[in-house]
Design a protein around this ligand. Sequence first.
Ligand code: SF4
Length: 207
Amino acid sequence: MINKNRMEIVSNYVDSLFPDAKCELFYNRDYELVIAVMLSAQTTDKAVNQVTQKLFTDYKSLLDLDNAPIEDIEEHIKTLGLYKNKAKNIKGIAHTILTDFNGVLPSDKNELQKLPGIGNKSAGVIRIEVFKIPDLPVDTHIIRISNRLGIANSKDEPIDIERKLKKLIPESSWIKTHHQLIHFGRYFCLAKSPKCSECKLKEYCKY
Ligand code: SF4
């Protein structure tokens, strides 16, 4: 595993490349972010944004979503993979927030994971975005980068990588570095054809 000095080099580099990195999911209300994060499983933020604008215009509240016919929700999101299951989750999220949390989104990580389709990573993203609580959720991009740069190994689960990164990065930088690593994976250190020839981390990279 790399040390804090090496991690600082990585953090500074992604900071220089993506100083303004932020969440790219479209939302206005806190529960809309929850739904967008749930929908983003195994698809791109861009694909999610293409369906949520209309979804959130047609269903303007948690109650609207809770009462919506499941077929209508499916119709709105049918371009996404796993849309039938995701439609159930949308209604389940609305219903759970209304009935179990009195209509107020909880900030507690365990409580958030009671919402259908929301696991540890998604709960971390919601805490960062809605509540500005420092966290460092690990997605597919961060897993790939961590393996390539020797932060993690192929046997590590996402939660192991999250723990390692949290030890290497000061808590005050968790949110910023989380966004910047995702941007680095999305636009630079891509799964296929990463931009290695222009990458300043080449000498530390196992790829
Ligand atoms: S050298 Fe290539 S694979 Fe390694 S971190 Fe840079 S872009 Fe990614």
